[in-house]
Design a binder for this molecule. Structure first.
Ligand SMILES: NC(=O)c1ccc[n+]([C@@H]2O[C@H](COP(=O)([O-])OP(=O)(O)OC[C@H]3O[C@@H](n4cnc5c(N)ncnc54)[C@H](OP(=O)(O)O)[C@@H]3O)[C@@H](O)[C@H]2O)c1
Length: 243
């Protein structure tokens, strides 16, 4: 018997990295999991591995996302995990269209997905919403990832206000900061030179990698699913301070 037997879950950004690990962990607890991201091969592979449903969509593409989610149906658990850390560089130096596109994915994409499921969760009296935040959402944030830091801070507030509204409904909303996780996102960040991202950023993330201090996706996923299994509401939980 799994704690999520009979439950349906949706994980955005589930094709690789933390999202794929969260999808696997939810499935291990008995949930049927919809795995959503843009790269069809990734979502099909992860969905096949866990007996879930492959959903190919871009959370920034409102119309396509809406029709894919409608076809999927209701979900009891939503983990809004899809996120991008680009553009990296200075506030005025990065391309404005990229700054806006990042917010479109990290903030609007997450809000769109969560909103699609809230009414059904409230009507059924059960739901678990987790947004994936970042330590970058809190000062000093990640100065070389301005759009990322800003969008994660805004997503934290959207999650906390939603949580308050949901109080007493059986539906919870929490934000999780998973630590510095060993995924493609970290590889991408280490691929930028110090003169683009700044010496502090460069040394911090190269140092964590070289010292073997990155968090394994499975460890971060277990933390996320621990939040799903609990009944806390309106929290911003950080793996680094919760262990
Ligand atoms: N890695 C870290 O150190 C770290 C730290 C704190 C927070 N986080 C957060 O954890 C979450 C997962 O990050 P990760 O490290 O696993 O990143 P990742 O390895 O880059 O994976 C990101 C996932 O999101 C999907 N995705 C990206 N843009 C999308 C879009 N527009 N629509 C749908 N799916 C999209 C990607 O697939 P496609 O490209 O195929 O769409 C991929 O499956 C993010 O929200 C990130 O901000 C990560």
């Amino acid at each position: 018997m799994g704690a999520l037997d009979g439950r349906t879950a949706l994980v955005t950004g589930g094709g690789r990295g933390l999202g794929a690990a969260v999808a696997a962990e939810l499935a291990a607890h008995g949930a049927h999991v919809g795995v959503l991201s843009r790269t069809a091969d990734d979502v099909r592979r992860v969905a096949a591995e866990i007996g879930g449903t492959a959903l190919v969509a871009d959370v920034a593409d409102r119309d396509r996302l809406s029709s894919v989610l409608q076809r999927f149906g209701e979900a009891d658990v939503v983990v809004a995990n899809a996120g991008v850390v680009w553009p990296l560089g200075t506030f005025a130096g990065v391309d404005l269209a990229e700054w806006e596109a990042a917010v479109e994915v990290n903030l609007f994409g997450a809000v769109r997905v969560v909103r699609a499921f809230v009414p059904g969760m409230v009507a059924r009296g059960y739901g678990r919403i987790v947004t994936i935040s970042s330590g970058a959402a809190n000062p000093p944030g990640m100065p070389s990832a301005n759009a990322y830091s800003a969008s994660k801070a805004a997503l934290d507030m959207a999650t906390l206000h939603l949580a308050r509204e949901l109080s007493g409904t059986g539906v919870t909303a929490n934000a999780v900061r998973p630590g510095v996780v060993d995924t493609d996102m970290q590889t991408f960040m280490r691929g930028h030179p110090a003169d683009v991202v700044g010496v502090e950023f460069y040394e911090r993330f190269h140092g964590l990698h070289e010292r073997g201090e990155l968090v394994a996706p499975s460890t971060a996923a277990a933390f996320v699913v621990g939040v799903v299994l609990g009944d806390g509401n309106g929290e911003v939980l950080d793996i680094r301070t919760s262990r």
